[in-house]
Structure formats: structure tokens, C-alpha cells
Design a protein. Structure first.
Length: 289
């Protein structure tokens, strides 16, 4: 088997592979920076909870339009924003912390979404909602995913400096009247939007994989925030490409193959990264004069 037939020919011969690759590239470009900021804000598990919170909205979209990715994506967006706002209100006006509030809403949303799909669809429909159908993604869904990625980059460029400041020193931003709550809400909007985009390809159970795994990989290699964002984006897009190749040649599900590829990058970084196990066990000797 030549390198051409292994890496390029599947995308030349099949349109569904090309559409899946474009969707993966858009996902990586949008989710990479958002995942890094989630990790730095210690909100990784909140991102996981939010990925499941979109399920009831997606289930309602499925109820009215079947396996229509735009309809399910719009429903997921409404549900995700609602959960984010409700969790923020609960943590603000009660003694419950935000992570516990997200966990409570996430469990309720997950159960409600699975119940709705199982009552009005088959087991195959439920699998499509939970694990995605990236190889069946159509042009309309690609435009939606690409639009979300473009909006993410534009909004991040506009709020980058105050968002980073709110991430590292929210007290200072409040002291100078920097409207930190506004940037927090805008950031949650970006999280939900990118989870909806990931849901289009990977399903609700694994949408957060393209967001958090590349970010954790970048943490092992980069020393600057810019470097982390670049590495996270590169790992996300490369995981999509390699995962599609593996799923094509091994005849396995594409969504899990993509996430497991990102997991392989994480495993390698865990051992050989700048702060990985190997560097900790065998530290470099510094010469002293």
C-alpha cells in the first residue's frame, strides 16, 4: 500500500470523506483555543457537563425534524445556553457552587434527552445522537460548523485581552470595572457553540473530546499561552485527519477513532512532554561553572 492510497486516496475518491475532513478542520480551529481557555480556567469538567446539557435540545430537534443536524444543533444550542444561564443563577443566588450546579443540570439533561430519543426513535437513532454521524454530515451542517468556527475566532480576537485577564486575575478586572461577568458569559456562549458544532460530528457523549484532549496535550509542550493555543489547534485538526484515515481503513466508527487518536497524542505527551513522566524520572543535568 502506497502513501498516496493510505493518506490521500480516500479523500479523493469519496465526497463524504472530504466533507468529514472539512468538518474536522473547522472543529479543530474553533475548539482548540476554547479548550485551552477552559483548562486554564479550571472548567474542564464544566465543559464535559455542558456537552451533555445540549442533549435534550437535540432530542427535541430530532422529535420535530428527525436526524436533521441543523435542527438538532439549534435545539442543542438553546438547551446548552439555558443550562449555562440557570447554573450561573443557581450558583449566584444560592450556596451551591457552580460546578455542583452544572453537574445537577447535566445529569437531568442527559436523562431527559435519552428518554425523549428512546421514546420517539430507534436504538440506531439514539446511537446517532449520542455518538455522532460525521461521515453522514451534509453541506448545510458543514456551513454551520464553519460558521461557528469563524464566529469563535472573531469573538476571541475582540475579547482576548480582557478574557485572559479575567481568566488569571478576575479580582483585578472587577476592581477596575472591567465587566468580568460579561466576558464570562460570552466565553460560555463560545463553549456551548463549539460543543454544538462538535455534536454535529461526534455526538453529545464525545463532543468535548475535540476540545479538552488537544488542550491537555498542549499543556505538556508549550510554555506560553499562544503556543498552547497553536499546539491545541494543530493536535485537534491532526486528530481529525488521522482518525478519519483509521476509521476508513479499519472499518471502525469515525467519532471514537478521532477521539482515541487525540487520546494517543495525550498518552505520548504524558510520558515524553516537557513535564511528562520521562522528564520527571530522568531530569536533565544542568552544568555549573
Amino acid at each position: 500500500m502506497t502513501l498516496y492510497s493510505l493518506l490521500i486516496q480516500p479523500f479523493v475518491d469519496f465526497g463524504f470523506m472530504r466533507r468529514a475532513l472539512v468538518a474536522c478542520l473547522a472543529l479543530g480551529i474553533g475548539s482548540g483555543p476554547v479548550g485551552v481557555l477552559l483548562m486554564l480556567r479550571r472548567m474542564s469538567l464544566v465543559g464535559d457537563a455542558m456537552s451533555h446539557a445540549v442533549l435534550p435540545g437535540a432530542a427535541v430537534g430530532f422529535l420535530f425534524a428527525g436526524l436533521s443536524l441543523p435542527a438538532m444543533g439549534f435545539g442543542g444550542l438553546i438547551a446548552g445556553l439555558a443550562v449555562a444561564l440557570l447554573s450561573g443563577l443557581v450558583s449566584r443566588y444560592t450556596t451551591l457552587r457552580e460546578d455542583a450546579s452544572f453537574a445537577s443540570f447535566y445529569l437531568t439533561s442527559l436523562a431527559a434527552g435519552v428518554l425523549i430519543v428512546s421514546l420517539h426513535g430507534s436504538n440506531v437513532d439514539l446511537l446517532h445522537v449520542l455518538f455522532g454521524t460525521i461521515l453522514a454530515i451534509d453541506d448545510q451542517a458543514i456551513f454551520m460548523v464553519g460558521g461557528i468556527a469563524s464566529f469563535t475566532l472573531i469573538l476571541l480576537a475582540l475579547i482576548y485581552r480582557p478574557l485572559i485577564l479575567e481568566c488569571f486575575d478576575p479580582g483585578f478586572l472587577r476592581a477596575v470595572g472591567g465587566r468580568g461577568s460579561l466576558y464570562h458569559v460570552l466565553f460560555l456562549l463560545l463553549v456551548v457553540l463549539n460543543l454544538v458544532a462538535g455534536f454535529q460530528a461526534l455526538g453529545t457523549l464525545m463532543a468535548v473530546g475535540m476540545m479538552m484532549l488537544p488542550a491537555t496535550v498542549a499543556r505538556f509542550w508549550a510554555r506560553s499561552l499562544t503556543g498552547m493555543i497553536v499546539i491545541s489547534t494543530a493536535v485537534a485538526t491532526l486528530s481529525g485527519f488521522i482518525g478519519l484515515i483509521v476509521s476508513y481503513h479499519a472499518s471502525v466508527a469515525s467519532g471514537p477513532a478521532i477521539v482515541l487518536t487525540a487520546s494517543a497524542f495525550y498518552g505520548f505527551s504524558l510520558f515524553f512532554g516537557r513535564s511528562g513522566f520521562v522528564r520527571r524520572l530522568f531530569p536533565r543535568v544542568h552544568l555549573s561553572g
